[in-house]
Design a protein around this ligand. Structure first.
Ligand SMILES: Nc1ncnc2c1ncn2[C@@H]1O[C@H](COP(=O)(O)OP(=O)(O)OP(=O)(O)O)[C@@H](O)[C@H]1O
Ligand SMILES: [Mg+2]
Length: 254
């Protein structure tokens, strides 16, 4: 078990966005979170990554209670995330975006940067090496010095995943990594996610594209109006009456 969510609740004024949700993510798995619009999926990621504080409930990473920690602390502990709308610096180059992602999560502080200490120099070399490694992992080595604005949508999605990967996370939270892409453009992302799993990084993914989820996920949890209505393997979930009623409708997904 890598990540454990226990009775997690988030209330906004007059609305329970996440309601007493409990589940566990096993190390090495691709764990999917699905559910209709407004079900509370992104809110759940905001809680796990520390961007929102839960109203009640607990979040554990490898048995350590990380509930309510600041986002940068949670990132340092090994939880990285992407955003539903891609959050890249599109006036900068591809490699710069990765370097910024790396710097934001490394330890060499303000003073060591100002005085260019040995620690700073070592960090800089590590940063360059990690950026290069990540570039080739996400298949964008040739575009390292291109401006982000010149990349295709699909390449930008891969870069956003790279920005999360560059900090060597234990677990990566992907919020609709193929959002806005047409089905034909999703293969590259699907393959990248398989590669992330093969590299030993646990993946937690929110996604609406059912075919993709059925192909990728080891386990799925289904949310509806903030509540967990089902959990299981893709096969179990796709046959679940409550899920079919709330989410899948008549859609054939086997
Ligand atoms: N900061 C906030 N303040 C108030 N209400 C919020 C806030 N964030 C989310 N909500 C509400 O909480 C509910 C869950 O939203 P959330 O964004 O988590 O849904 P989602 O499952 O990610 O949906 P989608 O599939 O459309 O991305 C929605 O009703 C939303 O309007
Ligand atoms: Mg969302």
């Amino acid at each position: 078990m890598l990540l454990k969510i226990e009775n997690l609740t988030k209330r906004f004024e007059g609305l329970v966005a996440v309601n007493e949700v409990t589940f566990q993510v096993n190390e090495g798995d691709i764990f999917a979170i699905i559910g209709p619009n407004g079900a509370g999926k992104t809110t759940l990621f905001n809680l796990i990554s520390g961007m929102l504080r839960p109203t009640s409930g607990q979040i554990y990473l490898q048995d350590e209670d990380i509930t309510g920690l600041k986002p940068y602390k949670i990132a340092q502990k090994g939880i990285a995330r992407t955003f539903q709308t891609t959050a890249l610096f599109d006036q900068l180059r591809v490699a710069d975006n990765l370097a910024i992602g790396y710097k934001l999560r490394t330890t060499s502080g303000f003073w060591s940067t100002i005085f260019r200490t040995r620690r700073w120099k070592e960090d800089k070399e590590k940063c360059t090496a990690k950026v290069m490694e990540t570039l080739s992992f996400i298949g964008l080595a040739e575009k390292a010095f291109n401006f982000v604005s010149t990349l295709s949508q699909e390449e930008q999605k891969r870069l956003a995943i790279g920005v999360a990967l560059v900090s060597d996370p234990k677990i990566i939270l992907l919020d609709e990594p193929t959002g806005g892409l047409i089905q034909e453009d999703t293969d590259g992302i699907t393959n990248l996610i398989k590669k992330i799993k093969a590299a030993g990084i646990t993946v937690c993914i929110i996604e609406h594209k059912m075919r993709m989820i059925m192909d990728l996920a080891d386990r799925i949890v289904v949310l509806n109006y903030g509540e967990k209505i089902a959990e299981g393997t893709p096969e179990e979930v796709s046959k679940d009456e409550a899920v079919i009623k709330a989410y899948l409708g008549g859609e054939y997904i086997a």
